[in-house]
Design a protein around this ligand. Structure first.
Ligand code: NDP
Length: 306
């Protein structure tokens, strides 16, 4: 590999070392970043629990029996416990009505021990996700999905950051990858990942392009970018020919292919070409839960004027 593409980040924070793929790309180890962040949250939560006299609390609501949702909910519960955050679980049956869910949210909105509320998506088809999200107290909306918190992303005074895009920014920050002035491409324009990702990159002074399924010549947009965040849910959407050698590639995709979980980027070929890349699994995924814990701690501090 040519040495000029090798990224040698300086002043890496304690606990992070530069490691490279055999092809020479800096591995952006989201699992490690998440571990460090969770430990920071754990220590602060412990300290503030002593100050306030109660621990931060996160309520997780699940409706129905979707097996993947059950795994995610359990992971969140475990992550809370390990981070000195009390978890409150609410599980409604598949045939719960919209009113059942809204009543539950209203009661949790008024529970002082709960600082954050998360509704595990997707909900059963007969329940409007938007109406449910709208019912969450914006001060407890740690997923950052409530319209008021989404609107706050357009300014600079947001309380909460959307977990997955904020996780991406945190990986870049910890690996000292400067975003300002860079050409960033976001592939995907969903409300949960693509659009808020573009806003965070813009707020960090990148010049941002957003691509989607109707984009003509995705490959050349990709080759022209310094930072590419791929969040399309299409395994193998982009490969080595789609990137330049200086590219920093962040793969948000989580796709099950047979028994394997893969991203949207053809990791093997791309890692031989670009300057830095997140693996899947072990990249952005672990950061999403870590940011959720951090948002819960932020809400706790707000609720206690800390
Ligand atoms: P959505 O399905 O809501 O959005 C996918 C986006 O990708 C759409 O904007 C779509 O364009 C675009 N897209 C689809 N195909 C193409 C294509 N061929 N070329 C260009 N753009 C395309 O997915 P999400 O945003 O919710 O999630 C994206 C991926 O990220 C999924 O794999 C998901 O599992 C993963 N994910 C990972 C998380 C994590 O923690 N790491 C968290 C959340 C999601 P259009 O709008 O035109 O349809």
């Amino acid at each position: 590999m040519s040495t000029d593409r090798k990224l040698n980040p300086v002043n890496l924070p304690a606990g992070i070392e530069a490691e490279y793929t055999p092809g020479g790309a800096l591995i952006l180890d989201g699992k490690l970043c998440a571990k460090l962040l969770r430990e920071e949250v754990r220590l602060e939560a412990q300290h503030l629990t002593d100050v306030v006299g109660r621990s931060p609390g996160l309520a997780v609501i699940q409706v129905g029996e979707d097996p993947a949702s059950s795994i995610y909910v359990n992971n969140k519960k475990r992550a809370c416990e390990a981070a000195n955050i009390r978890s409150f679980s609410y599980h409604l049956s598949e045939d719960a009505t919209l009113k059942d869910v809204l009543d539950l949210i209203e009661s949790i909105n008024n529970t002082p021990e709960v600082d954050g509320i998360l509704v595990q998506l997707p909900l059963p088809k007969h329940i409007s996700e938007q109406l449910v999200i709208n019912a969450i107290d914006p001060g407890k909306d740690v997923d950052c999905f409530h319209p008021l918190n989404v609107a706050a992303l357009f300014g600079r005074n947001q309380k909460f950051l959307p977990c997955t895009p904020a996780g991406v920014m945190e990986i870049l920050r910890r690996y000292r990858i400067d975003v300002a002035g860079k050409k960033a491409l976001v592939i995907g324009r969903s409300n949960i990942v693509g659009k808020p990702m573009a806003l965070l990159l813009l707020a960090a002074n990148a010049t941002v392009t957003v691509a989607h399924s109707k984009t003509v010549d995705l490959s050349s947009a990709c080759r022209n970018a310094d930072i590419v965040v791929v969040a399309a849910g299409q395994p193998g959407l982009v490969g080595a020919d789609d990137f330049n050698e200086r590219a920093v590639v962040i793969d948000v995709g989580i796709n099950r292919v047979g028994r394997k979980v893969v991203g949207d980027v053809d990791f093997k070929s791309v890692a031989d070409k670009v300057a830095a890349i997140t693996p899947v699994p072990g990249g952005v995924g672990p950061m999403t839960i870590a940011m959720l814990l951090r948002n819960t701690l932020t809400a706790f501090k707000e609720h206690n004027d800390l």
